[in-house]
Ligand binder design. Structure first.
Ligand code: 13P
Ligand code: SF4
Length: 329
């Protein structure tokens, strides 16, 4: 175990946030040592841990300093004081942090933590789309590589996609790489979208019959919230569609007795501890990329200061500008 030169919270305090999700003895055996080691390493290296809402509860509640959806994490990345930033999330999220903080050390515990959307399009594909639709602005979902962002006019997240698209004041947009997000925003705004064929491998698996089945089982009391990376037919079945942060706001504002989150599995686990009066019905799909991040590899990452995220010099400035244009909105 790492020698702590900092006063750590007691084990009772560390366990409390996940006490409704796992037995104390399991937590002690599986997670407690790593959590204490990570807290000590953060102190030693002056490091901060950012965690996406899809991280497992022992990470999300155990070691994260800043938690949120992609938009919140990008916003927070602009104000980081620490010299070392560890991203408990996927690679494009770590790249966004590095873009906004080129002088800091940005770590990702597993560089294979990718994303089917980010891998679904290349910079060359963007140039082809531009040539096909001359003069049409390119809006790129942050779930994309730095090379693709560098070809982009402005980025968006699921939390601000509508606002970003409407801010352009144009009748048509190239919106990439998520075909479903683009179609959902087209339905909301009436602005014509030229799309790409990439999809989120987690959200594309949900279907309308699955949601109808849950409605039949739970009757009127069920509130269904879908992520806009789902197919438009799935979003049409939901009471609300929005980013993972928007899902939290919906529950805060509506106090549903029962909620079905059409998204990644850890979301319901993490929120069930924050909203004990809401019952979370749990059909979910796991993101294999998000699940590559574990307490063990977070600890190793801080012990070895690896893997450091880098961005090719030619992509750094243009990619950063497309993210900053989004954040300025
Ligand atoms: P948000 O948390 O921004 O809604 O993104 C969801 C997602 O799939 C991130 O990979
Ligand atoms: Fe990518 Fe989907 Fe996983 Fe998010 S949930 S990282 S969009 S594959």
């Amino acid at each position: 175990m790492v020698q702590a030169t900092v006063a750590l919270p007691s084990r009772d305090d560390l366990y409390r946030p996940v006490s409704s999700l796992m037995a104390r003895e399991d937590w002690e055996q599986l997670f407690a040592d790593d959590i204490e080691a990570i807290l000590a390493l953060k102190h030693k290296h002056d490091a901060v841990i950012l965690a996406h809402n899809y991280q497992t509860p022992e990470i999300f509640h155990g070691v994260a300093d800043i938690r949120g959806d992609s938009l919140a994490l990008a916003r927070e990345a602009q104000n980081i004081k620490q010299q070392v930033v560890l991203m408990a999330g996927v690679h494009f999220m770590a790249e966004t942090v590095k873009m906004l903080n080129p002088e800091k050390t940005v770590l990702i515990p597993d560089e294979m933590a990718g994303c089917s959307l980010a891998e679904g399009i290349t910079a060359e594909n963007v140039r082809t789309l531009r040539a096909r639709h001359p003069g049409v602005p390119v809006v790129t979902y942050v779930n994309s590589s730095a090379a693709v962002k560098a070809e982009t006019d402005v980025c968006c997240t699921s939390g601000n996609a509508r606002r970003v698209v409407e801010s352009l004041g144009v009748p048509e947009v190239i919106m990439i790489p998520d075909e479903y997000l683009a179609r959902n925003i087209e339905n909301e705004t009436g602005i014509k979208m030229h799309t790409w064929s990439a999809r989120c491998e987690v959200h594309e698996r949900f279907t309308p019959p699955e949601i109808r089945q849950y409605r039949r089982m739970h009757k009127d009391s069920l509130h269904v919230i879908a992520h806009p990376e789902c197919a438009p037919e799935v979003v049409a079945e939901a009471d609300h569609a929005g980013s993972t942060a928007s899902m939290i706001s919906y529950i805060e504002n509506n106090h549903p007795d029962k909620v079905l989150l059409i998204t990644e599995c850890s979301m319901s686990d993490n929120l069930s501890t924050m909203f004990p009066d809401t019952q979370f019905v749990r059909p979910c799909n796991l993101c294999p990329h998000m699940k590559r991040i574990t307490l063990k590899n977070i600890r190793r990452s801080l012990e070895t200061m690896s893997t450091e995220v880098t961005i090719a010099a030619e992509h750094q400035e243009p990619a950063r500008r497309s993210v900053e244009r989004m954040l300025a909105l």
